[in-house]
Design a protein around this ligand. Structure first.
Ligand SMILES: *[C@@H]1O[C@H](CO)[C@@H](O)[C@H](O)[C@H]1NC(C)=O
Ligand SMILES: *[C@@H]1O[C@H](CO)[C@@H](O)[C@H](O)[C@H]1NC(C)=O
Ligand SMILES: *[C@@H]1O[C@H](CO)[C@@H](O)[C@H](O)[C@H]1NC(C)=O
Ligand SMILES: *[C@@H]1O[C@H](CO)[C@@H](O)[C@H](O)[C@H]1NC(C)=O
Length: 367
């Protein structure tokens, strides 16, 4: 698409943004009006990504396959304007608290906080206007060279979407070596608040729009998961072994191999326990596509990973007019456990003033 048309669509998107923020807070609207939304490329040879500061969103990841054919392996839209209305969270940076919070409420330091219920009675992915639906400030952008990177910053105001205290958030996307993408996040709080950021790329290693991922091979380095209510996907609070269940991906298995054994749900949308709370990078998952030879290995330092097989995706018109359907991608959202604020037995997500929240992800691609 020509860049001038692209810019026009961004202007349209921005007028929509300014309109929406009017109902929030005047100073926020004023700040938003000074920001511009753009698309930023990072490139290292034939490996490249595009990021927009709308939602700190990863729009594309392009890499070769074993025959040298390039493909874009993440789902998304051609223009930023389409992300403004989108409901799938394609490539978005999710916060302040990713995943579900039961009853859209929690109690912290004796005070009860009410959030927007945007998923039945629950809060999902930070509420109506989470971090994937706001304009971030581009702090730094180096498009090429040895270490292309972009750093984005967002100041979340006190009370935004119901959460306590202001929060300063940074995310850096970097092509740290050939075919390695790292996503590094940090946040500091002005008052005690839950923080659970997640990066929400939809991966299809065959190439976005190339049908279902049910035949891709997945390995998850997790022997336990947090069972959830089939209707609301809110954890019961239990931590259960995957052994003997359709959730067992300790050995590489086709995504669709045991899906028929899932009860009451159309696919995986499940939190796996990958860490013990200590924060060092560990291997989380491997994905392999037999047809193209492309592989992905994910390392991260979070307690959990939400494995989602795009069960809710239906007829979404994406890049190049391709229509994405159910199982058109898979998501590996490293993060804390869902609804941790309401489960004292889950690793805490509370960040207090003086503490630094950190979350590192490393995607290593092969072909
Ligand atoms: C987004 O939604 C608004 C309101 O429904 C509509 O006017 C606008 O055309 C939509 N934008 C895009 C890019 O689809
Ligand atoms: C929301 O809560 C109300 C009251 O407890 C309940 O009747 C209703 O079924 C809940 N809705 C959903 C979608 O879970
Ligand atoms: C968060 O990351 C940004 C960008 O890398 C960095 O400038 C900042 O110092 C980091 N903050 C903390 C508290 O580590
Ligand atoms: C699934 O993958 C296997 C091996 O990776 C291959 O033999 C088979 O043809 C594939 N099936 C489909 C429907 O793509």
């Amino acid at each position: 698409m020509p860049r001038d048309l692209h810019q026009l669509l961004i202007v349209l998107a921005l007028s929509h943004v300014a309109f929406c923020l009017c109902s929030a807070r005047n100073n926020v609207m004023a700040a938003a009006e000074k920001q511009t939304v753009g698309v930023y490329e990072l490139r290292k040879g034939d490996f490249s990504i595009e990021v927009t500061n709308w939602g700190a969103t990863l729009m594309s990841v392009i890499l070769p396959d074993s025959k040298g054919n390039l493909a874009d392996v993440v789902l998304g839209y051609d223009t930023v304007a389409e992300y403004v209305n989108g409901t799938a969270y394609f490539g978005g940076l999710i916060g302040r608290v990713a995943n579900r919070i039961a009853g859209a409420r929690f109690t912290l330091d004796g005070e009860t906080y009410r959030l927007y219920a945007n998923d039945g009675n629950n809060s999902l992915h930070g509420g109506h206007r989470g971090f994937s639906k706001v304009i971030w400030t581009v702090k730094d952008h180096v498009a090429g060279g040895d270490n292309p990177y972009i750093t984005l910053y967002y100041h979340s105001f006190d009370g935004e979407q119901g959460f306590p205290g202001a929060l300063d958030v940074h995310v850096t996307y970097q092509l740290s070596s050939r075919y390695v993408l790292s996503v590094r996040m940090n946040a500091t709080a002005h008052k005690a608040t839950p923080v659970n950021l997640a990066h929400h790329a939809y991966w299809n290693l065959r190439g976005h729009g190339h049908g279902s991922i049910l035949n891709e091979t997945v390995q998850l380095f997790a022997s336990r998961y947090t069972p959830a209510d089939a209707a609301t996907l809110v954890p019961t609070g239990a931590v259960a072994p995957v052994a003997g269940t359709p959730y067992d991906f300790r050995a590489p298995a086709r995504v669709g191999a045991r899906m028929a054994g899932l009860r009451g749900v159309a696919g995986y949308d499940t939190n796996y326990v990958v860490g013990d709370g200590s924060s060092f990078l560990r291997r989380v998952a491997r994905v392999q596509d037999g047809a193209t030879g492309r592989g992905l290995e994910l390392w991260a330092d979070q307690p959990g990973v939400q494995f989602y097989t795009a069960n809710g995706l239906a007829g979404v018109k994406g890049k190049g007019g391709v229509v994405y359907g159910r199982y058109g991608a898979l998501c590996l959202e490293t993060q804390g456990f869902p609804d941790a604020v309401n489960h004292p037995n889950f690793p805490s997500q509370i960040v207090r003033p003086g503490q630094v929240y950190r979350h590192d992800m490393v995607f290593k691609f092969s072909f």
